[in-house]
Design a protein around this ligand. Structure first.
Ligand code: BEZ
Ligand code: FE
Length: 287
């Protein structure tokens, strides 16, 4: 088409897509094109603002690496990761509510026995925390042999891969539930931390007038063959930023109560948190 106008451009771009692309490509691109074009028109985007945006994306690419995906951080700040998580991972049978994975997960953490500590380095201001609980299926039966990966930041607010002074895989562990579906490990009370704001994501936070902080939380990735993988985070009920998380990932159902542990129990604090996972059979029955 030669006579492109503001009015006919969107249809022209949609029509330019080939007939033989997969239907899902067409569905996604048609909607994306409509929304992007509508956005430009709605805000009367100037050419300078568009150029600034393109430069912003270039800087996001420049700072990204195998160890850092700036685009995920950007998606987090605009609530997109949590939105996709809520759409795609919606609990249907009373399973534990999921929330975002975030960028700090590492596969193959140290495999540890039930009750072990994930602390490889002590911090002066740390409070140790024993976490216990049971994993059940949606019918209430304990699920043995579930693999649970846990990870958290240190009392300096850094995950181990962000901090050259922490041992490799510090504050990470892989556990398995026992015959009664129970798990147990010792960690450190998680503290609030800022998501990385030294790159394009930080620029966007400034642009939006928002802060980078997340409330203190412990990450869980819970897996067993035949069950839907559960990715979630448990929040300390007393942490800051529960009501203004920079990535909007907090859910009331994921707030845990940390209590003072009895003297001689081996940790300063304790928390019990049970999880419910859904079997694939249950999933198929629902479809
Ligand atoms: C996290 O919880 O580790 C996280 C989630 C989203 C962005 C940054 C960090
Ligand atoms: Fe985190």
């Amino acid at each position: 088409m030669r006579n492109i106008t503001i009015e006919n451009l969107t249809d022209a771009v949609i029509k330019a897509m080939s007939d033989d692309i997969p239907a899902r490509n067409r569905e996604i691109m048609t909607s994306l094109l409509r929304h992007v074009h509508e956005f430009c028109k709605e805000v009367n985007l100037t050419y300078d603002e568009w150029t600034e945006g393109m430069e912003f994306l270039r800087r996001a690419g420049d700072i990204s690496s195998d160890a850092r995906n700036e685009f995920i951080l950007i998606a987090d700040i605009i609530g997109m990761e949590v939105l996709v998580d809520m759409i795609d991972k919606k609990p249907t049978h009373g399973e534990t509510v999921p929330t975002v994975l975030g960028p700090f997960y590492r596969d193959n953490p140290p495999v540890l026995p039930k009750g072990a500590s994930i602390i490889q380095k002590d911090f002066e201001n740390q409070e140790t925390l024993k976490v216990t609980g049971q994993i059940r299926d949606t019918a209430g039966n304990p699920v043995p042999g579930v693999t649970i990966d846990v990870w958290e930041d240190a009392p300096n607010g850094l995950y181990e891969q962000q901090d050259p002074d922490q041992p490799d895989y510090n504050l990470r562990g892989r556990f398995e539930t026992d015959a009664d579906g129970r798990y147990e490990f010792v960690c450190i009370r998680p503290v609030p931390y800022p998501i990385p704001y030294d790159g394009a994501a930080g620029e966007l936070l400034n642009y939006m007038g928002h802060h980078p902080w997340r409330p203190g939380h412990i990450h869980f990735l819970i897996q067993k063959d035949g069950y839907k993988t559960l990715i979630s985070q448990i929040y300390d009920s007393e942490t800051e930023y529960l009501d203004n998380d920079s990535v909007f990932a907090v859910k009331e159902a994921l707030i845990g109560q940390l209590k003072k542990a009895p003297a001689g129990s081996g940790s300063d604090l304790e928390m019990e948190f049970d999880f419910v996972i859904r079997s694939n059979e249950m999933l198929q029955a629902a479809e």
